[in-house]
Design a protein around this ligand. Structure first.
Ligand code: MG
Length: 248
């Protein structure tokens, strides 16, 4: 039977340290996002930040992935490979990273605009971020995974967008992806009860159009199958006795 990984107080301290490095790394990398910069340059900035803070990038080499971040632009929703692509004014770009610190993994993502983005695009980003924030606020004793899924789906669909259904959040810790899956659509009151002392990566991945994805020719990048813009926000969240703590 798969089960939740429960962390000791010392391990939680390590997760906090790793999570802070990851948070600060994404903020630092986002400060360099501008028209004309390549996704490969952003990846180098992120990797240097992580390594200079005594951690290592969890994604690099994971199943052969070449980058430290997954950097996905516009209709690319996840697993974009950093490289020569130059960002353009009005693009949106997701910076998805993982950090290993003391052998434990945290995972987080932000989506940011490049130069000036349209009000409609900004509203879409805000709604996806709001879905993550509201899902985190659901964390209280007895919460089930389905309560998280239902909250994400409700916020996203109320705003007029869709969750990309094949993509889910997940447990993590000793490994990057472990029990349980945390879907972005689902029924309240269903699924396993989340125990105190575990962590989850909660990550709404949304589109302005479709619910479906397709794979690019590089066999890594996933895109919305109708070319609509996509957004992705993610935190690693720790469940504590009286609620939650966002680690990233
Ligand atoms: Mg994740």
């Amino acid at each position: 039977m798969p089960s939740f990984q429960i962390f000791t107080p010392a391990e939680i301290e390590s997760l906090r340290k790793g999570g802070k490095i990851l948070h600060d790394c994404l903020q630092e990398t986002a400060r360099h996002v501008r028209p004309g910069i390549s996704t490969g340059e952003l990846d180098l900035i992120a990797e240097a930040y992580i390594r200079s803070h005594g951690a290592s990038p969890a994604f690099k080499g994971y199943r052969g992935f070449p980058g430290s971040l997954c950097i996905s632009v516009n209709d690319e929703c996840v697993h974009g490979i950093p490289g020569p692509r130059l960002l353009k004014d009005g693009d949106i770009v997701s910076l998805d990273g993982g950090v290993v610190f003391d052998g434990l993994i945290t995972d987080a993502c932000i989506t940011v605009g490049v130069g000036t983005i349209s009000p409609a695009t900004q509203k879409f980003l805000n709604s996806t971020k709001q879905a993550l924030d509201e899902a985190c606020r659901m964390m209280k004793p007895g919460i089930r995974v389905g309560d998280i899924s239902h909250t994400v789906q409700t916020v996203v669909e109320k705003a007029g967008y869709h969750c990309l259904r094949a993509l889910t959040g997940h447990g993590l810790g000793n490994t990057l992806h472990q029990f349980p899956d945390v879907p972005n659509v689902g029924k309240a009151g269903t699924g396993p009860v989340v125990p105190v002392g575990t962590i989850l990566a909660i990550e709404p991945i949304t589109s302005m159009g479709t619910r479906d994805i397709r794979e690019a020719d590089d066999h890594w990048t996933l895109l919305s199958d109708d070319g609509s813009l996509t957004a992705h926000f993610e935190h690693t969240v720790l469940f504590v006795k009286n609620g939650y703590e966002i680690l990233t």
